[in-house]
Design a protein around this ligand. Structure first.
Ligand SMILES: O=C(O)C(=O)C[C@]1(C(=O)O)C=C[C@@H](O)C=C1
Length: 274
């Protein structure tokens, strides 16, 4: 058996799909029911990596995961972009009219809001992940419940696809991070995830962003999270991409002068092809 990868969710979840896409078939996925548990396993060195969803193109950032990145201080060694198609899954023979309950992961539910609005009488509930919902429908033989999940979950748990591709936008994708205890030097790294704080004064964030622009560094994402207990203060998480390493090095030197608690969370190879 190859590398051990901790995922939030069970087999046939999108986290497993993302892990297989990045590491290949020879991995052992360790199922966890929370993201925090995946981090604990990595901290205790019981797994080699965590694969963690961070943002979906419809539902947006998974904000609590930014707090986990801040608290555990793992190294981001890679990223995975996965195309996500959601389906309404039910036991063979069950029809849409039989469905009184639908359950899935909260991010999956948010990705299918337009479809679900057409079913006002159905009770929607959140579960730990898409594949776990599919497994529950199958194992408990629920004839009044459907799960929102991927086609791998349908196949794995023997469910029928009642409605395919029910996500609000067909170009739906989720970005996952690969986390490690160790820094993995990557010669051809062309992307980094950084975090910092700024003073709460005129132009403090703009000054930092200008350092990136001046060095021809592309900012592909910015996310702010409140600093707990400090009103009006924020941690900024940014992803930056570069063509010339020397441009990136120069930008970092400048940003260091203007920021507080600056941290390089990881430098890795951009991998955003879905
Ligand atoms: O429920 C799953 O299958 C997961 O892997 C979780 C998750 C998420 O955390 O966003 C992963 C990708 C999809 O965006 C929906 C759900």
């Amino acid at each position: 058996m190859g590398l051990k990868i901790a995922i939030q969710g069970v087999k046939a979840s999108f986290h497993e799909e993302a892990s297989l896409k990045y590491f290949g078939e020879d991995i052992e996925t360790i199922e966890c029911d929370t993201f925090k548990k995946t981090c604990e396993l990595l901290k205790q060195k019981k797994v080699d990596y965590v694969v963690m969803a961070i943002e979906n193109s419809i539902a947006g950032s998974i904000l609590p995961n930014y707090n986990l990145l801040r608290d555990y201080k793992f190294n981001i060694v890679g990223e995975i972009a996965l195309s996500i198609h959601q389906n309404l899954l039910a036991l063979p023979g069950v029809k849409l009219a039989d469905i009184k309950f639908i359950e899935s992961h909260q991010m999956a539910i948010r990705q299918c809001e337009e479809f679900l609005q057409e079913l006002p009488d159905v009770k929607i509930s959140e579960s730990s992940d898409t594949a776990a919902s599919a497994a529950k429908v199958a194992n408990q033989k629920l004839t009044d419940t459907a799960a929102i999940a991927g086609t791998l979950a349908a196949k794995t748990y023997g469910l029928n696809i009642l409605e395919a591709k029910i996500e609000t936008n067909k170009k739906n994708s989720t970005r996952f991070l690969v986390l490690s205890n160790d820094v993995e030097e990557q010669e051809n790294a062309n992307k980094a995830s950084l975090s910092f704080q700024t003073g709460n004064s005129v132009g403090s964030l703009a000054t930092i962003l200008q350092c990136f622009a001046d060095q021809n560094i592309n900012l592909s994402k910015i996310q702010s999270m409140p600093v707990i207990g400090k009103r009006n203060e924020y941690d900024f998480f940014v992803d930056v991409e570069w063509k010339k390493q020397s441009d990136y090095d120069a930008a970092i030197r400048k940003v260091l002068k203007h920021s507080i608690n600056f941290n390089i969370m990881g430098e890795y190879v951009k991998n955003d092809r879905i």
